[in-house]
Design a protein around this ligand. Structure first.
Ligand code: KE4
Length: 429
């Protein structure tokens, strides 16, 4: 693959944008090489600035679950744009999307739209603190809830990729209110609730983690966490920015059978435009301004253009829930094909997956938390990433990410992906 134009564009971008990107995970720092500049995309394929066609397993880090430039979404945005893009005044389409989201997701009565997953998680924590009158929160090492100060403590995704899970710029004053537990380790949570009795407002968790690679909670852990939060009067926040409207209509709450107190959304809910959201039952949402005292606001929150993309996307998923099963089957087919090839070549790996989320880890130890996730062989991962890229397959450029399949992927695309791996697997030694 030739990346002449991407290289030239990257050179120029770095003169005007820090690191040449507007989000660090796009910079290929974890895998080396030059980030790929995309010209356009359609269905399961990216077309880069050098004319290469790439099979896409990122889907813009999750949102494009039905594939790129999905007609009903594109048409909705075009029609809406002709009538104006944002008014700073209430519009009917915000209520239409709110009603639809509330009808699809269990345990929520009201939802507030914002502009990103970070904003959704940041606002959910403020709401939990306002509702409970307590200051501290518990997060899990390796989980990523966006780049708000309270979350950049042992954070996953790009934060761990660049070795700054605890970012400079986050004050001690902020960090002291974020307590750190270990994923899949209920005792580590109990130790914190015992040591900080009556001081903890909320536990925030990725119910299926995607920012340490994909990690599934054990049944006992996630059930125990729910029971502990109930018993201690702590709100359980499910960060469903990745899992919401991806694992099923009802997301991780439905798949795991666990009721959260507050749920956050992003990615799919915006259909590829900037939308985040947080939702809860009435008694909690009543604390949010202008109804209640907890302040939260946004110039472009609920703007009609983004709402039109989100409404078109969620309408498709609500009317065609068979998409979720189709995606799970494609993910299983791909994962089993990858396992078969890696076994054939004697490569040591772990495969984690649930629904249309999956990740491959080059380690002989099961990947169940942050510690076991960072033990993966990153040199192998770099060879894997670039080898696949050279065969026209675009995977997440970091071992600390989940793959996001989209339903435009055909079984021919999956076979081509498996074949590409068969060609490069001998290098993974
Ligand atoms: P955004 O602010 O990036 O919309 O959402 C933050 C966020 C919150 N919660 C979870 C579980 C998330 O995965 C994310 C963002 N995910 C990353 C990918 N791991 C976004 C990619 C990026 O940072 O550019």
């Amino acid at each position: 693959m030739i990346y002449k134009r991407s290289s030239a564009l990257f050179e120029e971008a770095q003169q005007f944008i820090p690191g040449g990107v507007n989000s660090p995970v796009r910079a290929f720092k974890a895998v080396g090489g030059t980030p790929i500049f995309v010209k356009e995309a359609k269905g399961a394929y990216l077309y880069d600035e050098d004319g290469n066609r790439l099979i896409d397993y990122i889907a813009s880090w999750g949102p494009l679950i039905l594939g790129h430039a999905y007609e009903p979404v594109i048409n909705a945005v075009i029609e809406k744009a002709k009538k104006g893009t944002s008014f700073g005044m209430p519009t009917e389409i915000e209520t239409q999307l709110a009603k639809l989201a509330v009808s699809m997701v269990p345990n929520i009565d009201k939802i507030r739209f914002v502009n990103s997953g970070t904003e959704a998680c940041m606002s959910a924590v403020r709401l939990a603190r306002g509702y409970t009158g307590k200051d501290k929160i518990i997060k899990f090492a390796g989980c990523y809830h966006g780049h708000s100060d309270s979350f950049l403590i042992q954070a996953g995704s790009g934060a761990v990729t660049f070795g700054s899970p605890n970012s400079p710029g986050v004050t001690q004053g902020t960090a002291k209110d974020t307590l750190l537990a270990e994923y899949n380790d209920l005792e580590s949570v109990k130790a914190l609730t015992t040591a900080n009795k009556e001081e903890i407002a909320a536990v925030i968790i990725e119910p299926i983690a995607g920012n340490m690679g994909c990690i599934i909670p054990s049944d006992s852990f996630i059930k125990g966490l729910r029971e502990l939060c109930t018993q201690e009067g702590i709100l359980l926040i499910f960060d469903e920015v990745m899992t919401g409207f991806r694992l099923g209509k009802g997301g991780a709450q439905e798949v795991l059978g666990i009721d959260a107190d507050i749920v956050t959304f992003g990615k799919v809910i915006g259909g590829g435009l900037p939308v985040g959201a947080f939702a809860a039952r009435n008694e909690i949402m009543a604390y949010l301004a202008p109804e209640g005292p907890v302040y939260q606001a946004g110039t472009l929150s609920g703007n009609p253009l983004a709402m039109s993309a989100g409404l078109a996307m969620l309408t498709e998923l609500n009317e065609h829930p068979e998409v979720f099963e189709s995606l799970a089957k494609k993910t299983e087919y791909l994962a089993k094909g990858i396992e078969k090839v890696l076994d054939k070549h004697g490569v040591v790996y772990q495969m984690n997956r649930l629904g249309s989320m999956m990740s491959v880890h080059f380690t002989d130890e099961p990947v169940v938390d942050f510690k076991s996730s960072v033990k993966g062989n990153n040199d192998f991962f770099k060879k894997y990433f670039h080898g696949m890229l050279n065969h026209g397959v675009y995977l997440p450029p970091s071992a600390f990410e989940s793959y996001f399949l989209n339903d435009a992927l055909s079984y021919e695309d999956l076979d081509a992906t498996i074949l590409a791996l068969d060609k490069i697997a001998p290098t993974l030694k």
